[in-house]
Design a binder for this molecule. Sequence first.
Ligand SMILES: [Zn+2]
Length: 452
Amino acid sequence: MPDLDALLAQVEASQGEIIALEQALVRIPSVNTGFMPTGDETPVCEYARGFLREDGIASEILESAPNRGNLIARLEGRSGKGGLLLMSHTDVVPVEEAGKWRFPPFSATIAEGRVFGRGASDCKGLLTAHLMALRILKRSGLRLRDSLILASGADEEHGGRYGFGWMAQHHPGKLAAPFAVNEGGGTTMSAAGGFTYVLGVGEKGRLQVEIDIKGASAHASTPWQGNNALYRAAQVVTRLEEYEAARDTSTSFFQHLSVFAVEDRASPENVDDLIGRVQRDNPRLASVMRALSRMTVTPTMVRGGIKSNSVPEVVRVTCDVRTLPHQSEEYLRGELDRALAGIPGVEYQVDYMSVPNASPFETEFARRIQRATARALGLPEVQMIPAISTGFTDSRFTRNLGIVTYGFTGSHPDDDPMLSFAHGTNESIGIKSLMNSTKIMVALAHDMLAEG
Ligand SMILES: [Zn+2]
């Protein structure tokens, strides 16, 4: 039986193969616009399937709609039960202005130790690490107690209805495992001892609020005969700008601030002071502290008016809202009622895009991830703190199935996460991160599943 050192050496020796796989995946433009027909994830699944077949690894493609494939592969363990689920997604967000990119967005060009391209970091890098981990484990002949499952979903970028949402509903048995790792964490932040890893334990909720502000129309040459909804809308926007959400330090992240040499206990009363103190030296930490200590209500779109010479009757202001795990829709409604009180003609409706969700942090699984990461980096130990992410991923579907799911891609500490530009222009991933991520997945599977 191969030991872990031999497996990690195998990853090291496979660098060329890892880069080539990442490039091949990036070159398949599985762009998800959100409007059907879109996504075209099946060709990515087919490529991955061909890759796995070279080593005789079983996989299947489950299509939720034409050309919207979801990939599931398994390294079978003796028990036949799932032990660990490796999650990623195959779709990518559209490219806004290809001309602004340094390299064509689907060229997967290598420069400065990075692979550039749409999807390079979100999320084909993680899929690459998972596929390579399966290959290396299979080739090693390692015997597994429980099965290692790889699942790569379609449609993550538009809510997962054709991907993990669909699989969780129609094929939950194929995802069944007690533990899963996914995107949504696993980058590093600078901290007191050098750096700390961020483990994604949960996600803020996302709601969309449509505020309709009504007035009365009139000809714009005699505006006093109407009631201009835009003036009322201006009041609404001003109130939202002035709105101060209650401070909250109940998420587990705030119990680990000492990692960043912040020795004061965070409380709703002092959290803004603490943020102010770390802002200069660690702006990323300040931003995380800000996001995790309050609900945000952000006006993002405005629509109204039908003609340049008519006083508008209705204006709609759309807001993006991010709630903390324990904040309900009722809480949001109470806050909005208070913030908008007294402005006439205002009505709003709330739509849930994603319910806030979380897995516990103090688990043996979290410690195993920490250990696997230290092994991958060849360090005696690494620091890790739990965080709730501001965006959302497919993890909410597997958490709903009772699977403890952590966001952990395992990027390399030398690889500044600000350089990855996920969803942005010049998206890229550091080759060091591709390597580190593959090593972590191999070490984690070895630790959790190897027959002893
Ligand atoms: Zn993603």
